[in-house]
Ligand binder design. Structure first.
Ligand code: NI
Length: 258
């Protein structure tokens, strides 16, 4: 059993062959897929896929940091409306949320504010969070380290920081999300995952992005989470089945999946 804890398979990149991609995921042993939202414009797609099979798809609702701009108030209002939550089945987390200062830091203050709002929302409803972090680890930790955030859970998805940062994430009681980057030749992630407990690792694809070797450069899809599990099993010297079972148990626990 494998769980893809981060896929955007509801996106238009899969419009031509979504059912086939889901079939391939099932063949590869993927038992559950978590679908993180991007912004208000992706809710309808997310809702219709999650409703198509509510025992296979689980939803994280939230506003992605790269979609934060001058209109963020309107976005938050739409995303966190009762209507939106009524249209989504199986909301298991708030995500993806966080900060991204890689391409553009124009809206850094807005990103902080939006992250703060969404963390508070998750905390109030006792939901875990899916954190997107790119070139912004220190800023995110600043927002998250506010005392009233203690007791929250979640995952730093597509983790790409060093071991010291990983330790801070684990100390907070959060998990590390590992995807295709683990398989890349120049990745420093193998050294990080080798030093952290398997009980803190979640597997993911972030499909359609960041396809693992040997699919690198092509469209990623949930079935390829098996390549990540295989690589992880080589790096840490544990059985493939053990890696799949332990990381699935981690995901089930965090997101409270059946
Ligand atoms: Ni994502």
């Amino acid at each position: 059993m494998l769980i893809d804890t981060h896929s955007h398979i509801y996106s238009e990149e899969f419009d031509a062959d979504r059912n086939e991609a889901i079939g391939r995921a099932k063949l590869a042993g993927v038992s559950h897929i978590v679908l993180p939202n991007i912004d208000a414009s992706s809710i309808d797609r997310l809702a219709s896929l999650s409703r198509s099979d509510s025992e296979y798809f689980y939803v994280a609702n939230g506003l992605h940091p790269t979609s934060v701009n001058v209109d963020y108030r309107k976005e938050l209002e739409l995303i966190f409306s009762d209507n939106t939550f009524a249209s989504l089945t199986n909301v298991v987390a708030i995500g993806e949320i966080g900060m991204d200062l890689y391409w553009d830091d124009t809206f850094v203050e807005e990103q902080k504010h939006v992250l703060d709002f969404q963390l508070s929302y998750a905390k109030e409803r006792k939901l875990p969070v899916i954190i997107h972090c790119r070139n912004a680890f220190g800023q995110i930790m600043d927002v998250m380290s506010a005392g009233y955030r203690s007791g929250m859970t979640g995952v730093f998805h597509c983790f790409s920081e060093d071991y010291e940062a990983a330790k801070q994430v684990l100390d907070m009681g959060f998990n590390i999300g590992v995807g295709g980057v683990l398989t890349y030749k120049k990745s420093t992630l193998p050294d990080v995952v080798a030093r952290i407990p398997l009980t803190s690792i979640l597997l993911e694809t972030d499909s359609p992005y960041l396809a693992p070797v040997p699919h690198r450069g092509k469209r990623n899809e949930p079935a390829f989470v098996a390549c990540v599990a295989e690589k992880l099993s080589q790096i840490i010297g544990r059985d493939y089945d053990d890696v799949c079972e332990t990381t699935s148990a981690n995901a089930k626990k965090l997101f409270n999946l059946n």
